[in-house]
Write a protein of this length. Structure first.
Length: 625
């Protein structure tokens, strides 16, 4: 089900780009064009998608203008350039290449902004009607509403017609599309590349050619000569190199074509091993069986396991027993007796009473450090030995690596520089963030209740779990950053890492992405470094939610709640939609006696934790549903 009314993000096309559009394409005129020279030798045809061309030069064999009128896509033969950019691109390529001809597609007019549907129409038109080898697009967008449709056309051009698409990256340092598409040759510039190095061919990055920044002397409209810099003109320059290399060798492989223009052995290879390890581990989680739910026991009954007990209907495994040790004081009690907000009536068993030859497949092994101090026993070691002896799967919350083929734990990520040279993905999917004023408030439980609600209504969601149990609940990415975390990154590495994970979530074309942070959002005080919240800030920057639900405690000072809201809303472009009162009971004196009282003091709607219908409605209403 599409998220009806859910607004997509948009941003002004700084430095040129395609504006988002939502209209349907109608009334497309089709022309059939196949170019051959008089001698029968096929001349390489170069498609330039830009602002047109000033004059019809001898090797310009045709062109079209694509525009929008209301809800219609209009094709005409008026592709004369009124702006100058397309004319400059033509001359840069034509002056450096021989034996080529051009077909011009005009989608810009008097400014370097247009509708994304025109790019989609232009690429589709080329695929359906023109035999060519290169398409040059000296523009792009950092926010793309039609990414799947455009990607499908680019894939078809590449696989079915062996067409090279060459595109410029955004001048303002963001990752842009279609340059970032893996079948497109994306061209970018950086001040880190010196004039002596000139340019690098990069491997393992969406940026395929990374050039030094430089200016170009351009032929503009009315024989005007101008000097200007930008990735648009670098794209035309390197397109010329690639075209000449292809004409000489007829290379039909993208990587081989790039290697053919290597300069001074300048090659940058990026091996993003840590992140690939994360993806491999998630996809190879052995205890998640799509055919049936494996039976599992869970030990110990820690707060992470408690969340599973309260949300069994979302689990991808069947937990038949919850266990602990007698020293914990929990053995023999029912779960709903321990957890006021939970209806689970299962009784917690003594781990010593478990028969490891019984009919269960796996053990979910929570954090064991506290148990070790209570009982002076290395429970992790004991459980692993029992699991190996009895051929049981193990899902560990602690990020250990052991040589047992049925063992799974979230992988440890100790460094991440990414593959984009610092460029960040812009996420064109609504993002909901769950943040809090302290630890142990039920933030993850709230995420799961919202996940359940979105799925019940029929929305397509993607989610990032910062708790180690995410995989067990069907969440796409499990990236623990809380207690005994496996994601151990600092500063910009953390932000870049989560930006990359968010991009992968967005590629699934969800209606909404849900993310949730750990602990508090801003420090209560500055008495100890452990009280600082750098990691939470880095997570906020990396995930960039549009809307935030803030969990608060009844004992939180009103000024602290206000400061937290102000911090979130001023750090990024987002809104704290509502506050949710944590269900965790404490003996501290309360700062407010009702949701209405707190709402009046902070200017935000406030709901009790179990009022999921109104919490859900506040999110949908914010996004325009």
């Amino acid at each position: 089900m599409a998220l009806q009314g859910l607004l997509t993000k948009s941003c002004p096309p700084e430095g040129g780009g395609f504006r988002p559009g939502n209209l349907k394409i109608k009334n497309i005129t089709i022309l059939n064009i196949v170019f051959e020279s008089g001698g029968g030798l096929v001349i390489e045809t170069i498609i330039i998608i830009d602002s047109g061309i000033e004059n019809i030069y001898p090797n310009v064999v045709g062109g079209i203008n694509i525009s929008i009128d209301g809800d219609k896509i209009i094709f005409t033969d008026d592709y004369i350039d009124n702006f100058g950019h397309g004319t400059a691109i033509y001359h840069l390529i034509n002056d450096n290449c021989k034996d080529i001809q051009f077909f011009i597609i005009k989608i810009f007019d008097e400014s370097f902004t247009t509708d994304q549907r025109l790019l989609l129409s232009a690429l589709t038109y080329v695929y359906d009607n023109i035999n060519c080898k290169f398409i040059v697009i000296s523009s792009g967008t950092i926010i793309c509403n039609n990414i799947k449709l455009i990607s499908n056309v680019i894939d078809n051009l590449f696989y079915h017609k062996n067409v090279y698409v060459i595109s410029a990256f955004d001048n303002n340092a963001a990752l842009s599309f279609p340059a970032s598409h893996d079948k497109v040759i994306g061209i970018d510039s950086s001040e880190r590349v010196t004039p002596i190095e000139n340019y690098y061919i990069t491997k393992g990055s969406p940026i395929n050619i990374l050039s030094t920044k430089r200016t170009h002397r351009l032929r503009w409209l009315n024989n005007q000569k101008i000097i200007q810099s930008g990735n648009s003109f670098l794209t035309a320059e390197y397109a010329s190199k690639l075209i000449n290399s292809y004409i000489k060798s007829k290379i039909t492989d993208k990587e081989a074509l790039l290697e053919s223009i290597i300069f001074k052995n300048n090659v940058l290879s990026i091996e993003n091993k840590e992140y690939k390890k994360l993806k491999r581990s998630l996809s190879s989680n052995l205890i998640i069986d799509k055919e049936k739910k494996l039976k599992a026991i869970a030990f110990p009954f820690s707060k992470e396991i408690q969340v599973l007990a309260a949300n069994e209907n979302l689990l991808k495994v069947d937990i038949i027993n919850y266990c602990d040790i007698k020293q914990s004081g929990k053995v023999g009690l029912t779960i709903n007796n321990l957890l006021d907000f939970c209806e689970n009536e299962k009784r917690i068993k003594d781990i010593y009473a478990i028969d490891w030859e019984d009919d269960f497949d796996a053990i979910i092994l929570g954090h064991c450090n506290l148990l070790k101090s209570l009982s002076n026993t290395d429970w992790f070691k004991i459980i692993i030995e029992l699991a190996v002896k009895n051929d049981k799967y193990v899902y560990s919350f602690d990020p250990f690596e052991i040589k047992y083929e049925k063992f799974f734990a979230p992988p440890t990520i100790n460094n991440f520089r990414g593959e984009t040279f610092g460029k960040l993905w812009q996420i064109n999917v609504p993002v909901l963030g769950i943040f809090g004023t302290s630890s142990q408030q039920g933030k993850f439980s709230l995420q799961l209740q919202l996940r359940k609600k979105f799925l019940e209504v029929g929305y397509n969601i993607s989610q990032i779990s910062t708790e180690p149990s995410g995989c067990l609940l069907g969440i796409e990415y499990t990236c623990p950053i809380g207690y005994n975390a496996s994601i151990n990154l600092m500063e910009d590495e953390m932000a870049m890492f989560f930006n990359d994970v968010m991009h992968d979530c967005a590629l699934n074309d969800p209606d909404i992405i849900i993310v949730g942070c750990q602990s508090g959002t801003i420090p209560h005080n500055r008495f100890h470094s452990s009280q600082l919240t750098f990691k939470q800030y880095e997570f906020l920057i990396g995930t960039m939610p549009d809307a935030v639900l803030l969990l608060v405690n009844p004992f939180d000072e009103i000024s602290y709640i206000k400061r937290t809201i102000s911090f979130i809303e001023s750090s990024i472009d987002c809104s704290v939609v509502s506050c949710v009162v944590s269900p965790i009971k404490t003996k501290f004196p309360v700062s407010f006696n009702s949701c209405d009282e707190l709402s009046g003091k902070i200017g935000k709607s406030v709901y009790l934790f179990d009022d999921i219908e109104n919490i859900f409605s506040s999110v949908i209403n914010f996004f325009g549903g």
